[in-house]
Design a protein around this ligand. Structure first.
Ligand SMILES: [Zn+2]
Length: 288
């Protein structure tokens, strides 16, 4: 398992949107973004290992896009481009000027810090409830952190120009993005406090609950190394905490596949941080 901070940063791959079933249909530049995306061969192989990848997506599977009134969504629709987000892909690197924002559908992206020592930790996760790249519309254009895919899947990206044009109109898109950003700030702040004051078992339980909320299917593909790099702890600590959760029957953990067996018990084990972040996200949920 390659640690996240060593992951190379391949360009995000366009999701091929044609229905060609030949051996190697490349991404079609003229494909309509709203056409159902059909995976090509390499992706199909990939999907075998990552069952959460859905071959058919629509931008409205992202909560923020779904909340926009038709008049605000229409100018974006033709320019939303489906992308495959693979485990370890870098959506943006530290200091990189963002050219797009990404609205995840089935993928989950980790906002991620790498220290000078090489130690890493996640400060927030972003799935279908949010958008990756708030630095773009907040005005900074870049951040010292990176955004790395930790659950493979799909998303839609939108170029800076059209996003800013609609954002600057001050309509529903701006309101939705700013409210989400406030929820994201809560998640980042809560994560900082959580790392400081709560046990790894509590953190892991909360992290798994949040991951489950973002997933279409119940099974999470996740190695202990990756979990350790996300929570910023040693792998042995994850082994110990996951072992305890498994022993209690809260989760099953086999060969990097985690299934939540008892969400109520897992939630009871988690610290309050999971609930605080979730409640704030719900309070600030897009209203259009
Ligand atoms: Zn906590």
């Amino acid at each position: 398992m390659t640690p996240l901070h060593q992951a190379q940063a391949p360009a995000l791959q366009r999701a091929p949107a044609q229905t060609h079933r030949g051996p190697h249909p490349d991404a079609h530049p003229d494909a309509h973004p709203e056409a159902p995306a059909q995976p090509h061969e390499p992706l199909r192989q990939h999907a075998h290992h990552h069952p959460q990848i859905q071959p058919q997506t629509h931008p409205h599977q992202n909560d923020l896009l779904a909340s926009l009134p038709a008049a605000d969504y229409e100018p974006l629709a033709a320019l939303l481009e489906p992308v495959v987000l693979r485990l370890g892909d870098t959506v943006y690197a530290p200091g990189q000027q963002l050219s797009h924002v990404v609205f995840p559908i089935s993928a989950v992206v980790s906002l991620h810090h790498v220290m000078a020592s090489g130690s890493t930790a996640e400060t927030a996760g972003v799935g279908h409830e949010g958008v990756v790249g708030v630095a773009l519309f907040m005005g900074g254009g870049a951040t010292p952190s990176s955004a790395v895919v930790h659950t493979s899947g799909w998303g839609y990206r939108l170029p800076r120009g059209v996003l800013m044009q609609q954002f600057d109109r001050g309509g529903a898109l701006q309101r939705v993005l700013l409210r989400y950003t406030q929820a994201l700030m809560t998640q980042i702040a809560q994560t900082a406090v959580c790392y400081r004051h709560h046990s790894i078992e509590q953190q892991l339980s909360g992290w798994l609950m949040a991951a489950q909320d973002r997933m279409a299917l119940g099974e999470l593909v996740m190695t202990q190394e990756l979990l350790a790099s996300l929570l910023g702890v040693r792998r042995e600590s994850i082994t110990q905490a996951a072992g305890k959760l498994q022993q209690q029957g809260h989760i099953s953990y086999r060969r990097g596949h985690i299934t939540v067996l008892n969400p109520q018990a897992l939630r009871a084990t988690a610290c309050e941080c999971y609930g605080v972040v979730k409640a704030e996200l719900r309070r600030l949920a897009p209203v259009g």
